[in-house]
Design a protein around this ligand. Structure first.
Ligand SMILES: Nc1nc2c(ncn2[C@@H]2O[C@H](COP(=O)(O)OP(=O)(O)O)[C@@H](O)[C@H]2O)c(=O)[nH]1
Ligand SMILES: [Mg+2]
Length: 342
């Protein structure tokens, strides 16, 4: 019986027939498919596709739903428990190192727990962690191995850090973990301790994230990868701020402080609402990063502290009541939610 040979970077089945299909390699003896090889060496990716089907998972499993602090607005929104009601669910909120050290983590976990209870999410534990922390990985390993379930699945949206966690838990040095969304093509798996197997699953597809509107070489620069330095902008009533040439926010109702959680490299600038049209009409000239088409979004922010999330790029915290008018890339995921931390 011939054994299926898989790319050790993304899990795709290796094939030598079609260069444009996933898993293509010049030879079946190679460790990586051509796409992974080029991603590693040239930072570009051509034939990695977004797998969309949720696999059917056995009931005697632990399903570890990995999310990122950048995706808090979408936490618990994927009803994965419906596919396998009898599994045990553990929620990991990963990339905690991205939040400023001063973040009130007790408040964050309280708010997240409250949200899980309100939405009646079945779970056995919620873990805040960073896969870059050796201690956090060690604790996670001990925790998962303390359960009897034979199968552990790492599931969650793209770029939440599943493969990074998998590599750290299993000492795998071949699987690829990059900001390239939808890199892991098929489940990677390894024995885990004496009795368990751990699976790193392809990411669940999230509509409207940056990879849908920008090339990898551009969006990888916009997604934060180290501790965020929140930037406070004092906004006058009816003043506009641009995030690159992507999002224009105009705040009205009163003067306000807007606290942006974005990568340091992201370029921001203030302007007047009357300039928006002209700036976007000449976007190629005015901005380094811009979208093909834009749409308007309006939010009425109630009294209290709220968060507007800009796809997988980051978010802003604002104090209501306020009105926010936005120009955003067409189809970009933008949400309004309560701020989960101070
Ligand atoms: N700062 C930080 N970056 C992380 C963490 N976990 C993963 N990453 C980065 O996030 C990107 C996506 O990680 P990956 O493991 O490929 O995500 P996956 O798509 O869920 O498998 C990579 O650039 C990782 O280095 C984390 O805990 N902290
Ligand atoms: Mg992955």
């Amino acid at each position: 019986m011939s054994k299926t040979i898989r790319c050790q970077g993304c899990g795709a089945m290796l094939q030598i027939e079609d260069e444009l299909r996933v898993g293509y390699a010049k030879s079946l003896d190679l460790t990586y498919c051509q796409s992974c090889y080029r991603l590693m060496h040239y930072g570009e990716s051509i034939t990695h596709f977004h797998p969309e089907d949720l696999p059917s998972l056995p009931e005697n499993s632990i399903i570890v739903m990995v999310s990122s602090v950048l995706h808090l607005d979408m936490l618990f929104s994927y009803p994965v428990y419906r596919y396998q009601p009898d599994a045990k669910y553990v929620y990991i909120i990963n990339q905690l190192d991205l939040l400023p050290r001063s973040t009130n983590l007790d408040l964050l976990i309280d708010q997240i727990t409250l949200k899980a209870k309100k939405s009646q999410i079945p779970y056995i534990d919620i873990i805040l962690m960073s896969s870059k922390s050796k201690d956090d990985i060690l604790h996670l390993k001990q925790y998962l191995q303390s359960h009897k379930n034979p199968n552990i699945y790492l599931l969650g949206v793209q770029n939440s850090g599943k493969t990074t966690i998998y590599k750290a838990l299993t000492d795998d040095d071949k699987a690829l973990a990059f900001k390239k969304a939808g890199l892991t093509q098929e489940a990677l798996s390894k024995p885990f301790g004496k009795r368990q197997t751990i699976y790193d699953m392809p990411g669940l597809y999230q509509e409207g994230y940056l990879h849908q509107m920008l090339p990898y070489s551009v969006y990888k620069r916009l997604i934060p990868d180290h501790e965020i330095n929140p930037k406070i902008y004092q906004m006058k009533n009816n003043q506009t701020i641009f995030i690159e040439g992507l999002v224009a926010l105009t705040f009205s109702g009163s003067d306000t402080n807007a606290v942006f959680y974005l990568d340091d490299m992201v370029i921001m600038h203030k302007t007047n609402p009357s300039r928006i049209k002209d700036l976007l009409d000449n976007k190629e000239k005015n901005f380094k990063v811009f979208a093909e088409a834009y749409e308007e979004k309006n939010f009425k922010i109630p009294l209290g502290k709220y968060q507007i999330t800009f796809a997988d790029m980051g978010f802003v915290h604002i104090q209501g009541p306020l009105t926010v008018k936005m120009m955003v890339p067409k189809g970009m995921h933008i949400s309004l939610s309560e701020a989960l931390f101070q």
